[in-house]
Design a protein around this ligand. Structure first.
Ligand SMILES: *[C@@H]1O[C@H](CO)[C@@H](O)[C@H](O)[C@H]1NC(C)=O
Ligand SMILES: *[C@@H]1O[C@H](CO)[C@@H](O)[C@H](O)[C@H]1NC(C)=O
Length: 351
């Protein structure tokens, strides 16, 4: 080994130790594309990947742009689901992408791991169905006549491929790690729960064939739910997440509910080890933005209400003008014409 090579390995090792965060690959979302996929070095240049992920990247470089799109999908969906909460899933321009809160065993981390494992499975499956990838296509195992009497046909989403890719790429760090086993178990569980959120909500889409719209022959295929649906399912799992602790069960270690009164979690539930901070005050060291300046709802008693969102600090009220379409009328035939109306609304923001 040349000394340059050794130095590089050493640097990689140090980097791996300091950025010990299994969700760093989400940094791919910061790129606009994964670049020319024929280039050998592309994989080494991608920030946030651990060595094993670089190897997967080299083996299946054509899939990497789907992984990048998956990372973006996960971040967008997380921000949508948490738009009215104190922690709103904003990202930093540095690693770890969501700040340190997600490096701890919190409920928020549970959600981030689940949604990102799901998003990779989702995005790779999409790419398979659209014929973008050489390694996979539609699921051709779904065929024949169903018990309901329709013909399986068309392009069924190859979710098995997407799920397997997600498991190998997203879980790779945890599968190779022995230390801090509790966190590894937690991440693996939540990654799996994320993928299950797609698997257990697959739909059957159908099309009718026959004379003038009659449904003499119906052909159907399996399709993934919308990703918004997946996000909604996981947000519900977040709200009902189970606090767990690590115990020895026989010779293995397992996560069991901290409160033995609670019913055990299933494969589809989210689990977490550590309590979350309250996210009220700005704490840049931990990547917590605080809620000062956040919009809140004066009449709501929920977490989006000013009382809870502003953590009792109070809020400012300003008047803002909104422009909206109004007095819309249908004209024969066929368009709708609206007026523009201005309306003042009160906007409340946390102190
Ligand atoms: C989240 O809230 C912070 C203020 O606490 C704000 O600066 C940021 O833009 C918000 N992020 C998103 C994605 O809404
Ligand atoms: C504020 O909260 C109330 C009660 O939950 C709700 O009916 C209303 O639509 C909310 N307003 C906005 C602007 O979100």
């Amino acid at each position: 080994m040349t000394s340059v090579c050794m130095l590089r390995s050493l640097l990689m090792l140090i980097l791996a130790l300091f950025s010990a965060n299994a969700s760093n690959w989400l940094y791919l979302a910061k790129l606009s594309s994964v670049g020319s996929i024929s280039e050998e070095e592309t994989c080494e240049k991608l920030k946030g990947l651990i060595q094993r992920q670089v190897q997967i990247c080299r083996r299946s470089v054509e899939v990497m742009d789907s992984v990048r799109r998956g990372a973006q999908l996960a971040i967008d969906e997380c921000q949508h689901q948490f738009r009215n909460r104190r922690w709103n899933c904003s990202t930093l321009d540095s690693l770890p992408v969501f700040g340190k809160v997600v490096s701890q065993g919190t409920r928020e981390a549970a959600f981030v791991y689940a949604i990102s494992a799901a998003s990779v499975a989702y995005s790779v499956t999409r790419a398979c169905s659209s014929g973008e990838l050489e390694q996979c296509g539609c699921d051709r195992n779904v065929r024949g006549v169903s018990p309901e009497g329709f013909q399986w046909s068309g392009c069924s989403d190859n979710i098995a491929y997407g799920v397997a890719f997600s498991a190998s790429f997203v879980d790779v760090r945890e599968r190779s790690k022995r230390s801090s086993a509790g966190r590894a178990l937690m991440n693996l569980h939540n990654n799996e729960a994320g993928r299950k959120a797609i698997l257990s909500h697959m739909r059957v889409d159908c099309k009718c064939h026959g004379v003038s719209g009659s449904c003499e022959v119906r052909t159907c295929w399996k399709a993934m739910p919308s990703f918004r649906r997946v996000g909604g399912v996981l947000k519900e799992k977040f709200d009902g997440a189970t606090e767990v602790e690590q115990r020895k069960v026989g010779s293995a270690r397992a996560l069991v509910p901290k409160n033995s009164q609670f019913k055990p979690h299933t494969d589809e539930d989210l689990v977490y080890l550590d309590p979350s901070p309250d996210f009220c005050e700005r704490d840049p060291r931990n990547g917590v933005l605080g809620t000062a300046g956040r919009r809140c709802n004066r009449t709501s008693k929920a977490i989006d209400g000013c009382e809870l969102m502003c953590c009792g600090r109070g809020f400012h009220t300003e008047e803002a003008e909104v422009v909206e379409r109004c007095s819309c009328r249908f004209h024969w035939c066929c368009y709708v014409r609206c007026k523009q109306c201005r309306r003042t609304v009160e906007v409340h923001t946390c102190r």
